[in-house]
Design a protein around this ligand. Structure first.
Ligand code: SF4
Ligand code: SF4
Length: 73
């Protein structure tokens, strides 16, 4: 069975490189419409299809994303 997951994004740490947007195979991450304190438009969770693959965590240069695997129902 495919894993299910969720992510938490530290929006104030995000520098807007959007590597995670390109890396996510499920289109879960998108650019948000509101700037953070640094004037960057950080990413946000935009979909519910996370499979806890960890790619977003792997590519983020600033460790802004934490990935959690949901327990199987
Ligand atoms: S990879 Fe990290 S710094 Fe870059 S947009 Fe995603 S969360 Fe922000
Ligand atoms: S863990 Fe994988 S599926 Fe989930 S948001 Fe990150 S890249 Fe996308």
């Amino acid at each position: 069975m495919a894993k299910k997951g969720k992510i938490i994004i530290e929006r104030e740490l995000c520098k807007g490189c959007y590597l995670c947007v390109r890396a996510c195979p499920k289109g879960v991450i998108a650019r948000s419409g509101a700037a953070n304190a640094g004037g960057v438009f950080p990413v946000e969770v935009a979909g519910a299809g996370c499979i806890a693959c960890g790619m977003c965590y792997e590519v983020c240069p600033d460790c802004c994303i934490t990935v959690y695997e949901k327990a199987a129902a």
